[in-house]
Design a protein around this ligand. Structure first.
Ligand code: GLY
Ligand code: MN
Length: 358
């Protein structure tokens, strides 16, 4: 079923005559529009894509599933006209996306019943089609190549920022449009910071280095983490590396369609807890991945979402020891009926780069 038809089915269930789609990723998902300003009004019989003068050419080229409307006085004003024209009486809005002042504005402007909706399109986006999966695979492929490249670049004496810049320019040269989040390069004690974005710190011999990075490629994101050692690292760091790797592998071996996010999370969490490091693993095991780098489904201890074939999730357990260092290993996985496929091919055995000159 086409995306708009699947959405219309949900509108029926929610007893809505139309949905005002203002989240740009959702706009892209429904229409293919890749620009940075536009909205969609979906009714049971029509779909309108509303944008401004700057995007006339692009919209006419990219948007085939909706009527293109160029507004003169503002998107909301144009939507108000369409609502009147099509005699819409109940309109859904994307509650997660709209801020309070936008809401107050349309409340004044629109003369109809406005109902907040909860992530309707985000729920559709969870399950990828084959075209989306093919693009995510390509995004992961260049991500793997970037990791291979960076292993030849990292040595004692370079800064985390130099590593991030090298990684980012490599990815852009391979076709990435941007990074999917600020590149994390966390070395030494900083590797105990789960989101230690690259800093001016110089990488030293004896450091564990965690690199967590991803890119946008043709609109879709990748997200991968590897941790490796520069020179010899302590026994404790090696121990937690092996525990995190086993936890990560347990998710790959044990996940399949039909499990809840909570059950997937437990595959990693229970093992890390059993090994005595539960309190040092304070984030979710994973998250959905697609047009957004963090999207539904959640793969956390609270997630009751059931895994469905062709969802794409991350598998990223970690252990972080303050003042000592940390380890995280992350792959992107496609959910299959009887298991998962990991899309990344970068090695996971502990890599120890030979000591360089500091
Ligand atoms: N890779 C960063 C994160 O998933 O939070
Ligand atoms: Mn991630």
């Amino acid at each position: 079923m086409q995306r708009l038809d699947r959405l219309r089915q949900l509108l029926k269930e929610e007893q809505l005559e139309a949905l005002y789609v203002t989240d740009l990723l959702n706009v892209r998902y429904l229409t293919g529009f890749t620009g940075s300003a536009g909205a969609v009004l979906v009714t049971h019989d029509e779909a309108y894509f509303i944008t401004d003068f700057r995007y006339v050419t692009q919209a006419n080229k990219e948007v085939t599933s909706a009527k293109v409307v160029i507004h003169q006085q503002g998107v909301d004003q144009e939507v108000q006209k369409l609502i009147e024209q099509d005699q819409i009486r109940t309109l859904g809005i994307e509650a997660n996306q709209m801020n309070v002042s936008q809401y107050l504005k349309i409340q004044k402007l629109f003369d109809l019943d406005i109902k907040p909706t909860d992530a309707l399109i985000e729920k559709l986006r969870q399950v990828k089609d084959q075209e989306e999966i093919a693009i995510i695979r390509q995004a992961c492929e260049i991500t793997d190549l970037a990791f291979e490249h960076i292993l030849n670049f990292v040595k004692a004496g370079v800064t985390e920022l130099q590593v991030a810049n090298e990684l980012e320019s490599f990815l852009k040269n391979k076709g990435a449009s941007s990074m999917s989040f600020d590149t994390i390069v966390a070395s030494g004690e900083r590797s105990a910071m789960p989101h230690g974005v690259a800093s001016e710190k110089v990488i030293e011999n004896g450091d564990m280095v965690t690199i967590d990075f991803g890119c946008y490629y043709k609109g879709y994101s990748s997200d991968m983490t590897r941790t490796f050692a520069v020179g010899s690292v302590s026994d404790q760091l090696r121990e937690i590396y092996e525990i995190v790797l086993e936890a990560h592998n347990r998710v790959i071996a044990g996940t399949r369609a039909g499990m809840t996010g909570q059950e997937v999370d437990a595959l990693a969490r229970d093992y890390i807890t059993e090994k005595g490091y539960g309190q040092y693993f304070g984030h979710s095991t994973g998250h959905g991945l697609g047009l957004d780098v963090h999207e539904m489904p959640a793969v956390s201890s609270r997630s009751e979402t059931v895994m469905v074939e062709n969802m794409v999730i991350t598998d990223e357990p970690g252990i972080y020891l303050p003042g000592i260092g940390g380890v995280r290993i992350e792959d992107d996985l496609i959910i299959k009926e009887n298991g998962v496929e990991s899309i990344n091919s970068s090695p996971k055995e502990l890599i120890i780069l030979t000591e360089g000159e500091a």
